[in-house]
Design a protein around this ligand. Structure first.
Ligand code: NAD
Length: 506
């Protein structure tokens, strides 16, 4: 447990125990709301990661051999513990990430959807069975776990993403190693304690803290069968390329640059309210946050910007301890400075500043990493702030003349995580959902994140590999299929030798 006043030295979680780091090398964990260091997380050496992998590997055979019903009992107990300790978990998320309490609750609720999916493992693991495919042979297929699988998570969902990329992996019988973001390790360590209390056997669940070196060992070590990564596009690309080179199954989800198209018939009050939360919630640190609003037609744009300017000026930024705030700080001082840099350079490139969040009042009385909401109008493709994912509350307006132009614009961008349209026109919505080249699509839904029993992943450079962050496709990703052909001889049955390729016609 982490508090606001002590600076705690954290460890790794190996063999169901917190173990101290051996490297002597630590990374500071901040409370972004106050700017204070709250913990120091150890950065694992290659040898420490190798040890953790060996432990996970030795736990695998017994975990695989346990009935799926017994495994799922443990997952259900884990879920009960999570809901029973919800308040502690919310505290930890808020302290180390700066999220508001409501936002932390939402993240846990969505994370639990992945645990719920994992509880369905007995159903999801069912294979096929065919009687007498030829020669009295019965054929069946079984989905069996891979072995040791690794999950690497980003800072912006300290609980939801780790749950999304590990829960089903555990339930189907793998040993799982999580490498959480070094900026938010406390949540992952707390989840580890819950797994232990739920009765997960030693070595099945591991948390190894570290940076690039720890990740490289996971990518290269032959005992790791699969990698599920969520983070920025540059790192996702690297993880996919390197993991694939070492023969692993890899899914690597990257960043997003998500658009909200606004048709002239849309209700602008509805649109503006939807945009506020989708664009600035969690200080815009969501891979599915709306970063660009695209009004169709000059009149729509002028009216929309007026409504937005008024609403944005009333948003409140501050610490999670103030229940009135709409969003909190960004994750680090470096991140805050980088976002200000994007805004400054966009103005040099010709953007119009509608709302300026670079110097919020609260920043004068706090060392927290606060930024207010910024809205920039007249952004054009080719500008840095349009092309890059900006992971903080600086949002864009791009004006277009037609739906076709809006669709072409979205389709031309290298990222394709989420997109939404606001309209009352069914034909426009249908054209949009048919022609848009993006993985997760909304119609009058501000953030079209699928529920846990649908697959989650972007397209283009928002995803490398064929897997999904959550959803039923994960069963395919975290298992391999064994197909068995089986025949039993009756007593004294005739035995012949045949050299033709088996045709199964008799
Ligand atoms: P990040 O890429 O910096 O870090 C993600 C993980 O990779 C961390 O565990 C980190 O320690 C590790 N890492 C960082 N640099 C590495 C390197 N060079 N080699 C190997 N490992 C490295 O991402 P972040 O800043 O923690 O998270 C924010 C990013 O994650 C944003 O781009 C956001 O869009 C993205 N994200 C995407 C999704 C999605 O579903 N597509 C979901 C959440 C977040």
């Amino acid at each position: 447990m982490v508090t606001n006043t002590e600076v705690k030295e954290l460890g790794h979680f190996i063999n169901n125990e917190i173990v101290a780091g051996l490297s002597g090398h630590f990374s500071d964990v901040f409370n972004p709301s106050s700017g204070a260091v709250i913990a120091r997380v150890p950065i694992a050496t290659k040898e420490e990661v190798q040890g953790a992998i060996a432990t996970a590997k030795s736990a695998f055979p017994a975990w695989r051999a346990l009935s799926v019903g017994k495994r799922v009992e443990i997952v259900m107990k884990f879920r009960q513990l999570m809901t029973a300790r919800m308040d502690t978990l919310i505290d930890i998320i808020c302290i180390e990430s700066g999220k508001t309490i409501e936002d932390a609750k939402g993240e846990i609720t969505r994370g639990l959807e992945s645990v719920d999916l994992a509880i369905n493992a007995p159903h999801l693991l069912k294979g096929d069975y065919s009687v007498n495919v030829g020669g009295d042979i019965n054929a069946y297929s079984a989905k069996v776990p891979l072995g040791v699988v690794a999950a690497i998570s980003p800072f912006n969902f300290p609980v939801m993403v780790p749950l999304a990329i590990t829960s089903l992996a555990v339930a189907v019988g793998n040993s799982v190693i999580l490498k959480p973001s070094e900026r938010v390790p406390c949540s992952a360590l707390f989840l580890s304690e819950l797994w232990k209390e739920a009765g997960l056997p030693d070595g099945v669940w591991t948390v190894i803290n570290g940076d690039k070196d720890a990740v490289n060992e996971l990518l290269e070590n032959p005992a790791v069968e699969a990698i599920s990564f969520v983070g920025s596009t540059a790192v996702a690309d690297y993880i996919y390329t390197t993991g694939s080179k070492y023969g692993k199954r890899v899914t690597a989800l990257g960043g997003g640059k998500n658009n909200m198209i606004v048709m002239p018939d849309a209700d602008l009050e509805q649109v503006a309210n939807a945009f506020l939360g989708a664009a600035y919630g969690a200080a815009s640190q969501r891979c599915m946050a709306i970063s660009t609003i695209i009004p169709v037609g000059e009149e729509t744009a002028n009216n929309l910007v007026k409504v937005l300017a008024d609403k944005i000026s009333k948003l409140k930024v501050g610490p999670y301890t103030d229940s009135d705030v709409d969003f909190g700080p960004v994750i680090t001082k470096q991140s805050k400075d980088a976002i200000i840099g994007y805004i400054d350079r966009s103005l040099e490139e010709g953007a119009t500043l509608v709302c300026d969040g670079r110097h919020p009042d609260i920043a004068e009385n706090s060392n927290g990493f606060y930024l207010g909401p910024t809205l920039l109008d007249n952004i054009k493709p080719g500008m840095e702030i349009y092309e890059q994912e900006v992971f903080g509350p600086a949002r864009n307006v791009v004006r277009v003349d037609s739906l076709e132009e809006a669709i072409d614009l979205v389709n031309a961008h290298e990222l394709g995580n989420g997109v939404t349209i606001f309209t009352n026109n069914g034909a426009a919505a249908r054209k949009f959902t048919t022609e848009i080249d993006v993985g997760m699509v909304g119609v009058n839904v501000p953030i079209p994140i699928p529920v846990g029993y649908y697959n989650f992943a972007g397209w283009k450079r928002s995803r490398f590999g064929e897997g999904h962050m959550f959803g039923p496709d994960q069963v395919r990703f975290f298992t391999k299929t064994k197909t068995i052909s089986e025949k039993w001889f009756e007593e004294n049955s005739e035995s012949v030798s045949t050299f033709a390729f088996p045709s199964n016609n008799d």
